[in-house]
Design a protein around this ligand. Sequence first.
Ligand code: 26Q
Length: 826
Amino acid sequence: MQKTLEPNALTSGDTGHVLLGSLSRELRRHLLFTLGRDEIDSDPNYCFRAAAIAVRDRISRDWRSTREQVDAANSRRVHYLSLEFLLGRSLNNAVLNMDLDDDMREALQQLGVQWEEVVEQEQDAGLGNGGLGRLAACFLDSCANLQLPVAGYGIRYEYGMFHQLIEEGRQVEAPDHWLRDGNPWEIERPEDTKTIQMYGHTERYLDADGKPHSRWVGTHDILAVPYDMPIPGYRNGTINTLRLWKATATDAFDLNEFNAGSYTESVAEKNNAEQISMVLYPNDASENGKELRLKQQYFLVSASLQDVLADWVKNNGDDFTEFGKKNCFQLNDTHPACAVPELMRLLMDAHQLEWDEAWKITTECMAYTNHTLLPEALERWSVGLFGTLLPRVMEIVNEINERFLSYVAAEFPDDPELLKRVALIEEGHNPHIRMAYLSIVGSFSVNGVAQLHTDLLKSGLFSDFDRIYPGKINNKTNGVTQRRWLSHCNPALRDLLNESIGTKWEADLEEMTALVPLADDAEFRKRWRAVKLGNKNRLADYVQQHTGVDFPSDALFDVQVKRIHEYKRQLMNVLHVIHLYDRIRRGETAGMVPRCVLIGGKAAPGYHIAKLIVRLTNSVAEVINKDPLAKNWLRLVFFPNYRVSAMEVICPGTELSEQISTAGKEASGTGNMKFMMNGALTIGTLDGANIEIREKAGAENFFLFGLDAAEAVATRQNYDPNAIIAADPAISRVMELLESGQFNGNQPGVFGELTSGLRNPGDQWLTIADLRSFIDAQVKVAETYEDPELWDRMSILNTANSGWFSSDRTIQQYADEIWHVKPVGK
Ligand code: 26Q
């Protein structure tokens, strides 16, 4: 489709400092002049880019005024430091937040292209692994919604989370070069470039007054160049900033090499520097201790702290007395934990503060969030590696450790073992820094991400620190943004809600309780059901398109999507599917409902067992989906390349949310909250935030099963999975089917490690211990599903009571109880 363009169509009626015409005119202008298309056409990719730039133009005025207001307010500011920000797509989000939805649809219509098709053109910004990275993105959205002066700091990875392909049932990783076609949302700010030191050695020297200082010399320097992304608030004029750093080589370094006559080597060195921001590390135990990962962490931390300090000096000169009161750094897990010694270093070495002043400031402004209960997942860095890469920072860590241990020795003289247990440096022939302990000692607040998680941190992993610093460990139960996870991804439900209870819930999810009485309204339930059916059809199309498997929309849509990990027990889900298949083959279908089971998620590339679980899921799916006996009862798919934009289709169409981790292992979970908001019922253990979901939804609206955290601990003492299998005929048959090679294709023994793991008395994940209870709970699910009025009532009550799980609530608690910041706004 071609259209001619009148020259005067480009002149804006607005004579202000930003010339914005109608969106339609802006799209045409950007297609022609910004993107250099020869004619106005409807190529959806070019339309996406034109639309994004047009929206960005509308954002820029508010962006500047937000910056000015925050500067003028001179209030406390928060800097959210995270190695991950899993933003997903931004166009739909920006358009809805800026209230441009209708105009944009119409403008694109005029170009002859569908909004839905244009939205699909955008690559996900996959700069995160899973929960922790997506939490950071939801938090930024909520901070902007609440008009809080919070900036995100992260790394502008050239390659995000790998793309997952499934070949012959196996996961294959492909690179995610998300920046290939450019990123219309970012603005490079070369004037704020920072220099990052690495390697070299330290020296002592005396200043003019004869005072001793340290300096870090002979370093290899790297440049950090910032790229800013706008974070629009919800229709409130606030635009916050996410600043992402890209690594490049310094010119000075190039010049040295050049003068030494090695021109090519100097250009190659550029490459070396750029490695640092090249790729996001997958959450992978086999990647632990890699030097490049430590470089990434230090690079982010040093650049961000220098940025904040430079801004401080610009406004306050070198008076740092108020710095700790006016700034807060929230550490997203221990990944940015170097911030503690790095702020000390910058204050002492670059700004001449004494240790005690610098320590006071540092511990006034650092706060740490923990995201795991698995002891093996706590970060540790070898002192040898750390000291070589960051010699000056290592000296400071050593001094923090010595001072901390003297304090503990003085305060707790009765407990001689305590010092060894809490030392920041774990001694041994290869000593390691315990990054969680460093973070706790250097922070004024340490928080867990769900009530159970926090309770278990206090009584377990961090119990010594809870005694040393009473009150420091606190809880902030996670949340998710209802703008993306309801308004944007489920427009049909949004419209029904807006018609029934108004629109307040979009900015304040507690308003959702207005739905409670409607659960008893049969007419409303009918409309609720129709919305779910529409979303199931959309999901079924999506599944068909990506797997070729047909999901009939009258079946129960049963979904488990999350990273593949043993503790999350995707394997137990597959065992249940095999059990259903066994019942079908035996003709025992009484009480059964037709079910479509979807499992999706990425396995870390080096996590062998997780990859085997992916493979088993695909093998079981292949057998079941081609068996005519199963056709009317059961489908199973492994959904490839699960990511943020896939969840936006999956979660509205889901009826049953699988949250089945071994109790005491999942810190919180956040997918569980997205499903609840969208009216799915949960089958789950008493783990992480499931406990709070059940409390809010009501126990009668939740399918509970399995051991609780304390029972799991007790069960491990004398666990005998083989006895459980032998005593339960249905479970015996499931194991028999698996072990007989029914699902192996022509590869005998491929799944042997999975079955032997299940039978191992040392199995940490207690899958067999919980399987009977899981199967029984699934029978209750089926019974309930056979009563649609009951199911829909429960579904409505889940959405109605999901207010607590808005990240707006979470962020309000961070703001009130940790950050002590207030809104800055119109
Ligand atoms: C470790 C070493 C080397 C490279 C990478 C990593 C790494 C990267 C990412 C380790 C962990 C992560 C991510 C962890 C994560 O997503 N945790 C989840 O955080 C959610 C938000 O709080 C919780 O809801 C989940 O329960 C928790 O598993």
